[in-house]
Ligand binder design. Structure first.
Ligand SMILES: CC(C)(COP(=O)(O)OP(=O)(O)OC[C@H]1O[C@@H](n2cnc3c(N)ncnc32)[C@H](O)[C@@H]1OP(=O)(O)O)[C@@H](O)C(=O)NCCC(=O)NCCS
Length: 167
């Protein structure tokens, strides 16, 4: 890791807190999601009602793994991590990252990485040995981000790429 990125990680650790999502956070997370997916609409829900249903689904899937990053009381990113996911490709329960977003104004300062680290720690705590996710094949920013965090491409379905890593 370069000294620059480790300085950014320290900045994220100092200013950003990560905690479980509460029901009352959802309206703000819907706004954050819609803002974060501008330009990537082909891979996202675009109607606020659909995004809200999706957030509620994330809570139901795994309330312990749905985490929000805040700075100054403001949500700036979240991750929908699910330790109860049965992966058909793996034939076992894995840690699935269904969603990760960071507010465009707060990107490239280690917040996404801090959220992912919390999710991977949580998966390990739950006894999972593999993490998996699906990403749109033209979403190069996210693909590069996942590669830096140790994920590797492992097949695809239509325009979705499956990525995984050991824990
Ligand atoms: C993907 C996303 C969550 C990354 O969040 P972030 O907070 O900017 O990520 P970080 O700052 O923690 O970056 C982590 C690493 O990725 C790298 N990175 C960040 N932006 C990058 C970019 N545009 N291109 C290449 N690498 C990039 C950083 O340099 C950092 O590496 P380093 O620690 O070695 O310096 C964010 O870009 C996002 O919300 N994208 C839109 C939603 C989305 O596509 N989600 C994924 C759906 S599958």
């Amino acid at each position: 890791m370069s000294s620059k990125s480790s300085a950014m990680d320290k900045e994220a650790e100092r200013d950003v807190t990560i905690r479980r999502v509460k029901e009352e956070d959802i309206p703000k997370l819907v706004e954050l999601y819609l803002k974060a997916y501008k330009g990537l609409e082909e891979y996202a829900y675009t109607h606020p009602k659909d995004v809200k249903s999706y957030m509620e689904w994330l809570v139901r899937r795994d309330p312990e793994g749905f985490l929000v990053a805040e700075t100054g009381g403001k949500p700036v990113g979240f991750i929908g991590a699910d330790a109860n996911w049965f992966s058909r490709r793996e034939g076992k329960l894995v840690g699935a990252v269904h969603e990760i977003v960071v507010d465009p104004e707060y990107r490239s300062r280690g917040i996404g990485k801090a959220l992912m680290r919390s999710a991977l720690d949580y998966f390990k705590k739950r006894g999972r040995d593999t993490a998996e996710l699906w990403v749109g094949d033209k979403n190069t920013r996210a693909i590069n981000f996942y590669k830096k965090l140790g994920f590797r491409e492992e097949g695809r379905y239509n325009y979705w790429i499956r990525m995984k890593r050991g824990l």
